[in-house]
Design a protein. Structure first.
Length: 128
């Protein structure tokens, strides 16, 4: 190889390697608190679902990575049947999904946690 070409090729190689070395490594970010809401504070959000307005209260419990959720309806009582449980669990899941889950996570209602209460329905949800 001609000495001038060898020097040119060597120079390009050195520039390419120095450019790679100057890039900063990307650090992974770890989200230890999956909710924008502080530990233990209760948040109330209105939710319009299937033509009706519901009140959804939820509280984040960081240690358990879970939300306690209450779904009620101002000015009317909610039924206590299995069909009502399916509706309110979907309302609660949608509220937590929209207002509390981050980073494209989806809310899930924990099995067996949907229970009628004196004021609406209670359940537990998790983002995942």
């Amino acid at each position: 190889m001609h000495p001038a070409k060898l020097i040119a090729v060597s120079g390009v190689t050195v520039l390419a390697l120095s450019a790679c070395a100057s890039e900063k490594p990307k650090l992974a970010s770890i989200n230890t608190n999956p909710s924008p809401y502080a530990q233990g504070e209760t948040h109330t959000e209105p939710l319009y679902y299937n033509g009706r307005t519901y009140q959804v209260q939820f509280r984040h419990i960081v240690a358990e990575q879970v939300f306690t959720v209450n779904v009620s309806a101002r000015g009317r009582s909610l039924g206590k049947t299995a069909a009502d449980a399916r509706i309110v669990s979907e309302v609660g899941r949608n509220a937590v999904n929209h207002f509390a889950c981050k980073d494209n996570q989806k809310a899930q209602i924990l099995d067996g946690s949907v229970q009628p209460s004196a004021v609406g329905w209670n359940m537990r949800a998790r983002c995942g």
